[in-house]
Design a protein around this ligand. Sequence first.
Ligand SMILES: [Zn+2]
Length: 282
Amino acid sequence: MPTMKTYTIASCAAWWCAALIGAATLGGCAGDGGLAIGGAGAPHDTLTQVSTIDALLAGQYDGHISCGEMLRHGGFGLGTFDALDGEMVVLGGHVYQVRSDGHVYTPGPDTPTPFATVCRFRADDRLVVEAGTTWEALQQQIDARLGNVNYFYAVKLTGRFKVMKTRAVPAQAKPYPELADAAKGQSVFDMTEVSGTLVGFRCPPYVTGMNVPGYHVHFLTDDRRAGGHVLDLELANTAVCEIDRLDRYEVLLPSDPEALRQLDLSKDRGKELNDVERGGGK
Ligand SMILES: [Zn+2]
């Protein structure tokens, strides 16, 4: 049985201070408009990912692209950090790190990531979602709205949640275990009556092995004190889900040729991914 720690989120002034200080540090680093850092990066409607989900499942947790470099490709997204140290939420051009201690940190631009997915979010559709909508129902409603599920979509929903259940995986030590094992030590956070933003993607089925087919969504509270990888939710109030269709797909593989050399990426890790995504890990 997985060892699962459950925390109830409570107020903590220190978290807020840490978030404020960190945000100030990273403040000029990048943004949704791709400011600063050379003006390079992906155009709109591009999903850019760092490495592949199967490399992460196989235990490749060494970060090889910095958050600063990642932000050149988009200021909206999710992922994880070097050594699998928590859940990444990228919102408004800022990177937030939800660690397994339940605190939210704001890492500097040099912090490396082994896996992340970002875009320059620009909504081209909006869906009104009623109070009481569950996680399952929300996915179905978005799917129905999309019509065509063979594109990539970024989804963003800011609202109040009656239920928000998230998790964060703790940092791992070398030799790294595979993700299915690492996720057994995850912390689970049960929040109620909390306001915040869902940040995520819906990827088409053909990305199997590369990214997460279906929905992969992280959460960050409005006060930036809590969040994580979403396991379950229920909306407290009616909210608007913003949707951005992405028709370009960019993958940033590690420039270090040794990074992926030792990994067996030939096997089907679909079941592992499903277990990790929906109940357990990234
Ligand atoms: Zn995740």
